[in-house]
Design a protein around this ligand. Structure first.
Ligand code: NDP
Ligand code: 8X3
Length: 255
């Protein structure tokens, strides 16, 4: 099996990409540390995947909790080979001046701080063992701006640049870093963004075929199963039915 003997730490494994990765990686022989905030979802996953998974209730915004969770992993799950920094969210699609600062802080704390804390806690072990792979979930929103993307897009731009800079730091240490940059993908992402408004979330994907969480899990699996000398730096991936459009131009009305 492709991932036999590998231990994978996934943040945000209770839904979407993280959940799909947990299931796919276990099916390929990995042992998975699955983390997230929702205990009921973690319990379900534990029941479904059994001894191949160790679940940890964890809010990645909490620096002390991240350090404690990682320091207290059971021995069989403690030597992490692959970290998937996946936990993240967008809140709102309003122009910045209308965004609630509480939501802004939640995005920054989750999408940026969470990645910084988990990476900082797990990297020394990878360096000591002279091997590892960090996979960060950025987004096309980190490269291409769109109205209402303001802070969410900026947090993802941070992740893209952090991934590339980590590569520079880690040269010679046999640790790979991959930045995954998906476009529209039908998970709980839009339901969270629109604060539980399911019909608004559904309308995002109406009449087109978005990516699925499994598409992203398969892509991540591909990046982590390349030969050790191959580092996939970035993967930008969109639905076929999503593409680019011209720059927007504001034109003054003629009298
Ligand atoms: P989902 O909403 O389906 O899943 C998000 C996961 O993140 C959940 O498991 C949630 O678990 C977890 N999470 C959120 N906040 C925290 C927190 N503070 N601490 C720990 N876990 C947290 O979204 P996706 O699977 O779509 O998104 C995964 C990642 O991919 C995100 O970083 C997102 O920005 C990115 N992405 C998504 C795209 C999309 O279109 N869907 C496209 C590009 C990137 P819980 O609530 O249990 O804590
Ligand atoms: C999620 C993709 O385009 O909705 O990161 O921002 S997008």
């Amino acid at each position: 099996m492709m991932l036999s003997g590998k231990i994978v730490f996934i943040t945000g494994a209770t839904a979407g990409f993280g959940l799909a990765c947990a299931k796919l990686f276990v099916s390929h022989g990995a042992k998975v540390v699955a983390s997230g905030r929702r205990a009921d979802r973690l319990d379900e996953l534990q029941k479904e995947l059994g001894g191949a998974v160790h679940v940890v209730m964890l809010d990645v915004r909490d620096k002390a909790a991240v350090e404690k969770a990682i320091a207290s992993l059971p021995a069989a799950f403690s030597k992490i080979d692959i970290l998937i920094n996946n936990a993240g969210l967008a809140l709102g699609l309003e122009p910045y001046e209308k965004q609630k600062l509480d939501d802004v802080e939640t995005m920054v704390e989750t999408n940026i701080n969470g990645v910084l804390y988990c990476t900082h806690a797990l990297l020394p072990g990878m360096i000591a063992r002279n091997g590892g792979h960090i996979v960060n979930l950025s987004s096309i929103a980190g490269t291409y701006p769109y109205p209402g993307g303001n802070v969410y897009g900026a947090t993802k731009a941070f992740i893209t640049q952090f991934s590339l800079n980590l590569r520079a730091d880690l040269l010679g240490k046999n640790i790979r870093v991959t930045n995954i940059e998906p476009g529209m993908c039908d998970t709980e992402f839009s339901t969270v963004r629109f604060r539980g408004d399911a019909s608004k979330a559904e309308s995002v994907y109406a009449g087109m075929q978005p990516l699925s969480a499994e598409d992203i899990a398969n892509t991540i699996l591909w990046t982590v199963t390349q030969p050790a000398h191959v580092n996939i730096n970035r993967v930008e991936i969109m639905p076929t039915q999503q593409a680019f459009s011209p720059f927007a131009v504001h034109r003054e009305k003629k009298n």
